[in-house]
Design a protein around this ligand. Structure first.
Ligand SMILES: Cc1ncc(COP(=O)(O)O)c(C=O)c1O
Length: 464
């Protein structure tokens, strides 16, 4: 028994090399593997229910078991033919960065606990700030993902604009807005009758006239409109709300403007993305998810505030046991800017992968996402059995099987999973189900797109 939970350097190396081999093989072999598998709960849950072993299990056996029972029953969201939800293409360098952050168990909560980690985080946040065109005084921090970024920002909005008193306050966003916004508002005490989900226009964007009318109506009723949430790439169709126009309206009406760019904001690094996201620099707060279109492994989200001090005003609490942390004002403590005290070194993976590949590669990788969706759109226009629902937009294209009823889609989904060649998922647009391809994986080839659409066609005949 080793009560110190230690391994010899040789044992650590042996385990480490095997783990690296597994990960390297995973990346190398992914295109030839199934897109993933969903386990049957009746079989999979009992498979892991055994009591924890009192004695050590040899590491080779543990890894074999992981390969056989765990990694074979997940969706490979980095697979080049994984087009479902929002793919997570990730990259090997960032996976190694996660191993390093965990191996050194870097504490990224305070300057004292991990000064260089805080410095790296500040530097990477400054890259994001610059890419998004935010002013010098802007700043932010890494969080687990888009949901936490939205929550973190909305707490700042509530604190700054409402002094945390939500009675009578109202908030506005389109019906295409991600559910994490609804959840964040629930967490921070908003009732459904304070939330205005405004029907989107023909292009699934927030219509400014309807927004203005609703705000005016609420003001006339004695309510307190306080914030608008705009989308920089909706999950459903990639639609971008008219950001600059909404920003102008928010300024005139003294409303907080939050942009949910969890899906799309990373596209600002490309020329095309920057043009499409005009006005992103005008937000009071912005969610930005490197674990989506910036190719980082989960978990890696980010929140940016136009005025970083507002994060500090909202979150900083100085208990007696952190007196040594707070003594020096020149030191930046990430824990003062968000919800977590103990937090991992998420910035490392962005930093290390940008060093390893260079920004030109990242820009080209983002551009590829746009192009692949356009290839899919062109092919779909030539396919007799399918109709386009929304054109390629921010790496997303939506389409529908002609003359198929609503039961067609769940059956097609099951057939896709059974086959494993590729995966697309459905959504509902204007009350009708549509399939959706999200093409942000830069390792997806043109053949992958062509073959996936032909395969979908074949899988649909006779109707699955
Ligand atoms: C537009 C948008 N906002 C928020 C989220 C939530 O992000 P996360 O899943 O990282 O919490 C998503 C996830 O897909 C998204 O697409």
């Amino acid at each position: 028994m080793d009560y110190k939970l230690e391994m010899s350097p040789a044992e650590m190396r042996e385990l480490g090399y095997r783990v690296v081999d597994l990960i390297a093989d995973h990346f190398a072999q992914l295109p030839d593997k199934p897109v993933g598998a969903k386990g049957d709960p009746a079989l999979l849950r009992p498979a892991f229910l055994a009591a924890p072993p009192a004695q050590p299990v040899p590491s080779g056996e543990i890894l074999r078991r992981l390969e056989a029972d765990v990694f074979s029953h997940i969706l490979n969201i980095g697979h080049p033919r994984f087009f479902a939800f929002v793919p997570g293409p990730s990259n090997f360098v960032s996976a190694m960065a996660d191993a390093l952050a965990s191996g050194f168990n870097v504490f990224n909560g305070s300057w004292l606990g991990g000064s260089a980690a805080a410095a790296v985080e500040l530097a990477v946040i400054d890259w994001f700030r610059t890419w998004c065109g935010f002013p010098e005084e802007a700043g932010g921090l890494f969080v687990s993902g888009g949901s936490m970024a939205n929550l973190t920002a909305l707490v700042v909005a509530r604190h700054t604009r409402l002094d945390d008193r939500t009675a009578g306050a109202t908030i506005y966003y389109s019906d295409q807005t991600h559910s994490s916004i609804d959840r964040a508002l629930r967490v921070i005490g908003f009732m459904p009758d304070q939330i205005r989900r405004i029907p989107s226009d023909d292009e699934f964007r927030l219509p400014l006239d309807a927004l203005a009318a609703r705000v005016a109506e609420d003001r006339a009723a004695g309510l307190r409109p306080f914030a608008v949430i705009a989308n920089a790439g909706t999950t459903n169709t990639g639609a971008i709300d008219p950001l600059a126009e909404i920003a102008g309206f928010c300024e005139a009406e003294e409303l907080w403007m939050h942009i949910d760019g969890a899906y799309g904001a990373a596209a600002v690094i490309s020329d095309r993305g920057r043009r499409l996201l005009r006005g992103i620099d005008l937000a009071d707060s912005l969610s930005f998810d490197p674990h989506k279109w910036l190719f980082q492994p989960i978990e890696c989200g980010c929140v940016l505030l136009r005025d970083a001090q507002l994060l500090k005003k909202t979150y900083r609490i100085m208990p007696e046991y952190l007196a040594d942390v707070h003594r020096n004002v020149a030191e930046v403590n990430p824990c003062d800017y968000g919800i977590q005290l103990t937090r991992g070194f998420r910035a490392l993976k962005v930093w290390m992968s940008v060093q390893a590949f260079g920004m030109d590669a990242f820009r080209a990788a983002v551009e590829r996402g746009f192009v692949l969706a356009e290839i899919a759109e062109r092919k779909l226009r030539d396919m007799a059995n399918w109709e386009l629902v929304t054109p390629a937009q921010m790496g997303i294209v939506c389409f529908r099987r002609r003359e198929a009823g609503e039961k067609f889609y769940p059956r097609l989904h099951d057939a896709m999973l059974r086959d494993g060649f590729a995966l697309a998922t459905s959504t509902v647009l204007n009350g009708k189900t549509a399939l959706r391809l999200c093409t942000i994986n830069p390792r997806t080839t043109e053949d992958d797109i062509e073959n996936t659409l032909d395969w979908l066609d074949a899988l649909s005949e006779p109707r699955p």
